[in-house]
Ligand binder design. Structure first.
Ligand code: DGT
Ligand code: CA
Ligand code: CA
Length: 351
């Protein structure tokens, strides 16, 4: 039987901004898409490109004009960060519901502590993570699993897109030996070039350097980190203690009236709050065309009753409906924030 190990997963959403756009613009599917930070008259840089665009050589950071010259047929869309944030937070919330320890590392990445597992169980957990991400946000993702954050991240980078890779402890060495120096996170191109100028081109060659040599080259902190990473050693813990500043709960209508869906969202949210009192309530309404509207209200004092939460949420919903011209509603959410300062409790991050 394969040995069990403390398994860490890194889930990374594939071509995230561009995939969010593909989902709400099915008419562009199959075409090259670049989501861009536009700065003015057609200028700007690519933030995320779908895989069709990547076949033309388009990547993040490239100028829009360069992207257009490589793929004249390309669809250029502006970054709509609040939409991607919304997709991301519904997925992250679902992951937190299912797993005990989740660290959101960026808008499209989270580390998950899976506990002690054998390789086959880790694979099953990875499939489950992909399924949750698909169900919660319609998003394809890649999951890397390893004995620490470093290996999880590298495995996910290697398995992109729509992939899953598990690297068990006994496989770490061969995994690293088949990887390029610049594939180690934080080593990057510049560091790899500096090592290259010293005749060091591979991970195996770099391992011959003493920790003192690496400290001389890169300073103490980075030098030690590189020394460890070259050997697959990474002691970084998941950062779970970051206090949540707000909680939100989305519910899809699916035959319910907006009021019913909102009441359900308020109830589920209230259950997660564990009695915490709050000063701000917000409502998010997502329409059938996937545009969204948000309204919020602030109380003079902290409140903690369900009745107050529900009645203010309903009031906010009505005020949004009053200005939405009868557009059909797809999903609603209730959120609360501005909590009373108290001793941190488990509920601050277990939700
Ligand atoms: P992937 O993971 O290779 O399938 O592709 P992405 O697009 O998900 O790339 P990733 O994971 O490196 O970054 C996640 C999101 O962060 C990406 O969708 C857009 C944003 N982003 C990444 N690189 C840049 C950049 O250079 N500029 C700007 N403005 N945004 C970026
Ligand atoms: Ca990422
Ligand atoms: Ca990504």
């Amino acid at each position: 039987m394969a040995e069990r190990f403390k398994a860490i997963a890194l889930v990374d959403f594939d071509y995230f901004y561009a995939q969010c756009e593909e989902l709400r613009h099915p008419e562009y599917r199959g075409r090259p898409i670049a989501v861009c930070m536009l700065t003015g008259e057609g200028s700007g840089a690519v933030a995320s490109a779908n895989y069709v665009a990547r076949k033309f050589g388009i990547k993040s950071g490239m100028s829009v004009s360069k992207a257009k010259s490589l793929a004249p047929d390309i669809v250029i869309l502006p970054v709509d960060i609040s939409h991607y944030q919304q997709v991301s937070s519904s997925i992250m919330n679902k992951l937190r519901e299912e797993f005990r320890a989740v660290e959101q590392a960026s808008i499209d990445e989270a580390y998950i502590d899976l506990g002690e597992l054998g390789k086959a169980e880790a694979e099953t957990a990875g499939i489950r993570i992909k399924q949750i991400v698909k169900e919660a946000g319609g998003i394809k993702c890649t999951v890397g699993i390893g004995p620490n954050k470093l290996i999880a991240k590298m495995a996910s980078d290697k398995a992109k897109p729509d992939g899953l890779m598990v690297v068990a402890p006994e496989e770490v060495d061969s995994f690293l030996e088949s990887s390029k120096l610049e594939e180690i996170p934080y080593i990057g191109r510049k560091t790899a070039e500096k090592l290259g100028s010293l005749g060091i081109k591979t991970i195996i060659e770099a391992r011959r350097l003493r920790v003192e040599d690496l400290i001389k080259l890169f300073g103490e902190k980075k030098g030690i980190m590189i020394y460890n990473f070259l050997r697959g050693i990474d002691e970084r813990k998941l950062e779970l203690e970051r206090k949540r500043k707000e909680f939100e709960k989305f519910v899809s209508l699916k035959g319910k009236t907006p009021e019913e869906a909102l009441a359900e969202a308020a109830r589920k949210l209230y259950e997660r709050l564990g009695g915490k009192s709050f000063r701000e309530v917000g409502v998010i309404v997502v329409f059938d065309d996937l545009t969204a509207r948000t309204r919020s209200k602030t109380f003079k004092y902290h409140v903690s009753s369900f009745e107050e939460l529900l009645s203010s949420a309903l009031e906010l919903l009505r005020s949004i409906e009053a200005v939405s011209g009868g557009k059909k509603i797809r999903r609603v959410a209730v959120k609360v924030s501005r909590f009373e300062k108290k001793e941190g409790s488990l509920l601050d991050y277990l939700s």
